[in-house]
Design a protein around this ligand. Structure first.
Ligand code: X2X
Length: 335
């Protein structure tokens, strides 16, 4: 057999042996990575997989997004650096953690700002969200229009139920790495420790901290109930994930592909919002079955404590009047 023929034959053989899915990946012009910090079973990752499939299909394989869930590529702090350097092209991150780079983005997490989901989406899909996205864009990161839901947060503990703000006194609680989170729990009298989500399960298991706070969808999918005993319904803040793109990687995509990608990312985000809202409303029963003991906290005592500690006045000063007015347009008067 001539060498030329041999090469032709083996090349054909290799192509035929490719599994269907990766046929696209082989010829993709844009192979991008999307990374996040949540377990595969969380709606974020279920919708992200559908999203990547839809993008591959509609771009006829030109854009191939690989999803890396569950801190596979590192902690939020690591992934934010990777997004900025272009080592990953897409990343979902809480606005509160993103505030370590773009200070204005934490404003949507101010304690007790939003009474319900209807108000959250009005604000985030309205001019408060537009304001925050404009600040993110100035840092060379491109946020998609629709923020994904994390949810209203609840406090869990291995030692005692949290009923009033007084129960938080000196309470060792893990908070994400974010000045607003630390400030809020200090104002509530607690002893907060900044820890990336990647380390939360083990920090609870080894009693480095006694508690943490997260929405029920995360307490369930990350199995935090295995290492916590009590869950206090506080709804002390809402949190969401901006779907972020590295600016250079985004601009490399031709305009028609950018349109297709943005459409599917935003649609997946809206589907994820509905999934998470439903889960957060229904999980209490399931988690009770797994041994978590629930109580409804007296949230007026929390608001009062924040107000008296000067929390709202301090943060109004930091964000400035333009941003604070946009927040109060939806939250009502806070400070
Ligand atoms: O770190 C957390 O607690 C989490 C998963 O809720 C966020 O990404 C903010």
């Amino acid at each position: 057999m001539k060498r030329r023929d041999f090469i032709r034959l083996t090349a054909a053989g290799a192509a035929a042996a490719l599994p269907l899915g990766s046929a696209y990946a082989q010829k993709a012009e844009f192979r991008y990575k999307y990374a996040n910090n949540l377990p595969v079973s969380h709606p974020m990752n279920i919708r992200a997989k559908e999203m990547a499939d839809a993008i591959r299909a509609e771009t006829k394989g030109r854009v191939d997004i690989e999803v890396f869930p569950n801190n596979q590529l590192g902690s939020d702090t690591d992934m934010l650096s990777q997004l900025r350097s272009g080592a990953i092209e897409f990343f979902t991150l809480s606005g509160l953690i993103l505030s370590t780079l773009v200070p204005a983005t934490s404003i949507t997490g101010i304690g007790f700002a939003f009474p319900d989901y209807a108000t959250v989406w009005k604000a985030l899909d309205g001019d408060l969200g537009a304001y925050v996205r404009a600040q993110i864009a100035k840092a060379g990161i491109v946020p998609m229009d629709k923020i994904w839901d994390n949810g209203f947060r609840q406090i869990t503990s291995s030692t005692k139920p949290i009923d009033t703000a007084a129960d938080l006194k000196d309470f060792k609680i893990r908070v994400p790495v974010s000045p607003l989170w630390t400030s809020m729990f200090k104002a509530l009298g607690a002893a907060p420790a900044s820890i990336n989500f990647a380390e939360v399960y083990s920090a609870l298991q080894t009693h480095i901290v006694d508690g943490q706070e997260n929405p029920l969808a995360i307490i369930a999918t990350a199995k935090l109930y295995e290492v916590q005993k009590y869950c206090s319904i506080t709804n002390h803040m809402w949190d969401g994930f901006w779907f972020l793109a590295n600016g250079a990687a985004w601009n490399r995509l031709p305009a028609d592909l950018r349109t297709i990608v943005a459409k599917h990312v935003n649609a997946a985000g809206e589907a994820e919002r509905a999934d998470v809202e439903k889960l957060n409303a229904s999980l209490q029963q399931e988690l009770t079955g797994k041994g978590l003991v629930f109580n409804q906290a007296k949230t007026a005592t929390f608001r009062d404590k924040l107000q008296k500690a000067g929390f709202y006045a301090d943060w109004k000063g930091k964000y400035g009047n333009e941003a604070w007015d946009l927040l109060e347009k939806y939250s009502g008067k806070l400070a």
